[in-house]
Every structure is written in structure tokens, then in C-alpha cells.
Unconditional design. Structure first.
Length: 88
């Protein structure tokens, strides 16, 4: 039986009005896709983006869960468990 993610109770944010990676904007860079930290609401660029700000946020904050905020996507990724753990 697959291990169930134990971090789902840390979800504080499910949506955002932000649709930019603010760190990329400050750098004058572009991003591919955006991810929302479900614990603090930080929006960062995905690992397909040059700067990988969502993953960098995880390494600095240890907030385990992000979701895609791309249109039509609602999947949730757990960095700690290194797997997709559901949808919102």
C-alpha cells in the first residue's frame, strides 16, 4: 500500500490572485509555469523555468506542498514525499 502524505494538514492557502513570479519579475526574467505554496501563499516559477523559484522557496522555508496555478490544473506536489499527492 502506498504511503499517504502526512503534510496535507499544513494547507493554509488554496488559491491566489498573483499570476507572476515576483522574483523573476525583479530579475527581469521569464518563467514557464507558476506554483503556489499551500502553506504561506508564495508564488514561484516551476522547475522547467530557469530560476526554479518554487523549489528554492521549499529549500529555504521547508514548506512541503505546492500546487499548480496554471489554468485547468489543480494537482498538488509534496517536495518531502517527492510525489503528487492529490488535487484541490
Amino acid at each position: 500500500m502506498a504511503k499517504q502524505c502526512t503534510h496535507l494538514d499544513e494547507i493554509r492557502f488554496k488559491t491566489t490572485n498573483k499570476h507572476v513570479c515576483e522574483e523573476c519579475v525583479k530579475m527581469g526574467d521569464k518563467w514557464v509555469h507558476l506554483r503556489l505554496c499551500l502553506e504561506c501563499g508564495h508564488v514561484g516559477c516551476c522547475d522547467s523555468s530557469k530560476n526554479k523559484h518554487a523549489t528554492k522557496h521549499f529549500h529555504g522555508s521547508h514548506h512541503p506542498l505546492v500546487r499548480s496555478i496554471e489554468p485547468g490544473e489543480s494537482w498538488v506536489w509534496c517536495y518531502v514525499d517527492n510525489e503528487m499527492v492529490g488535487e484541490l
